[in-house]
Every structure is written in structure tokens, then in C-alpha cells.
Design a protein. Structure first.
Length: 100
């Protein structure tokens, strides 16, 4: 999705699939919670205009920038979209660490 709502639906679906896989003792292809944390870290850095480790700056032609701007959501939209799932993941890990 390119809207915060669409991004939220996609991330929520991924987390739900991972939860179902765990309940059925099946392995997921990725660890969505960790991926979500890294995504948040990188998008926040991008939002603040900081260069992440290993990033290579790419100068795109004007036509590519126009295409990119129409298809890739802004950092702010991504952050709004992942926020509910990120809050859920953090609260789940906090409660797990308190009970252990």
C-alpha cells in the first residue's frame, strides 16, 4: 500500500500470518517483528534526513523521480502506517519481558 491505511493492513496481515504459523508450529520465511523494528529505524532516519550505514546516494533522472514520488509513499506515510503494528509488537515484548 501507499497510503497509511494500506500499509497498516499489509503489516497487520503479515504479523497475523506469522502468529498463525507459530501457533501451528510452522516456520515463517522472515521474522516480521524484527523486520518491522528495522523498518521503523530506517524510515525514521530517512525522515530526519540522516544517511544510514551502507547507503549509497543515487541521483535519479527527473522522470524517475516523478515516477518514484507517485509510487513510493513518503516516510511520514510509512511511519503512520506501521505505528499501530509497531505499538502492538513493542507492548507484546514488554509484557513478555515483565512476566519472565
Amino acid at each position: 500500500g501507499i497510503s497509511p491505511e494500506g500499509i497498516n493492513r499489509e503489516v497487520s496481515s503479515i504479523l497475523e500470518c506469522a502468529r498463525l504459523n507459530r501457533s501451528r508450529r510452522l516456520q515463517s520465511l522472515a521474522i516480521p517483528e524484527t523486520t518491522l523494528l528495522y523498518l521503523a529505524k530506517n524510515v525514521i532516519a530517512d525522515f530526519r534526513g540522516q544517511k544510514r550505514d551502507g547507503d549509497k546516494s543515487i541521483i535519479l533522472p527527473k522522470s524517475a523521480r516523478i515516477y518514484r514520488n507517485n509510487c513510493i509513499p513518503s516516510s511520514k506515510k510509512v511511519l503512520r502506517g506501521i505505528l499501530p503494528s509497531l505499538q502492538f509488537v513493542v507492548s507484546k515484548h514488554r509484557s513478555a519481558s515483565r512476566s519472565s
